[in-house]
Design a protein around this ligand. Sequence first.
Ligand code: SF4
Ligand code: SF4
Length: 356
Amino acid sequence: MINLETMPPRYPKNGTFELTLRCNLHCKMCMFRREDCENTTLLQDEMTTQQWVDMARQVAEAGTISLLITGGEPMLRKDFCEIYRGIYEQGFIITLYTNATMVTEKVMQTLRECPPHRIGITLYGANNDSYNKVCGMANGFDKAIEGINQLRTLPSAIEYRMTLIKDNIGDLDAICQLVEGFGGTVTNPLFVFAPVRGGCMPVQECRLCAKDSVNTMINRSVSKIEEMIPDSLKSKVRIKLKEPTFECHSSEPKMTLLGCSAGMDSYTITYDGKLIGCQTLGVFSTDAVKDGFSVAWEKYPFQVRLPEEPEECTVCESKNFCKACPAVRMAECGSLDGVPKYICDFSMALKKKVVG
Ligand code: SF4
Ligand code: SF4
């Protein structure tokens, strides 16, 4: 149980501004995409340019140091440049997430004058066919490469990410090669989880089975290490996989709100002005527009009510390999104390791979 009196101090140093939930791509595995993305509902609820700039001023005053600007696709907003510049002028360490398909000259002009510290670019395939299959955009790959080539002219650090599903798993090597050509490496999430916050995409149908997901992750990591071992030592070196250190299932009293840093030193402001702990868990929220950021931040812990961990998890032999946090349980099971079958399969496969 959460004990607010013994909980360590909270400090809002890392923020996420979700400028919009809308996106120009229609990815099958999108956690956030909603049925009303195409109509005006989401647009009407979005915070205005001035509200975002004012929110940036408030969070800077409250002590936020680093800010992630994300979406949806943030560049889809017509006022992206105005919002971005207004945020930038507050002096944060800024990371910008984008799919790189909407990089116009106006955007580049703004980013040249106000370069982010880091840009996270998500790739969805190694050719237009894959982009069409995964995101429903026939020239998506060409547009992304065009955008990347522009963004690479900035002094910002660039990280490349890829979400692997059945439709693009065959592109993994080609994407890695492409990104190596840019001087970078590709990271991908441990697993794809079910839609959150009203999302409606058929993630369960398109994601890899848990076992394939684990095998891809481990094989990639091992081959990366093998590449670094000189030929003369290859026969002598044995790669040993290390047990992960997930902390979601500690039996100790919870020292944080959600078992992680969400709501403790990080937060998200959603497109419609709610303050939530992390972008993937919307069930606990306060109103950062109505109350102002500082009040919303102070009120947040009083919203969080976590049930006890399910009995099945407390006795589970794979729990050290399991990453079933409250957001994952909510997404996969629709409740905070559900036992997410896909994650159980993933954890078991991971345990088998690491300790046999
Ligand atoms: S693997 Fe499944 S049963 Fe085990 S701790 Fe995780 S969610 Fe619970
Ligand atoms: S996804 Fe889970 S572990 Fe990650 S920040 Fe959200 S609640 Fe915490």
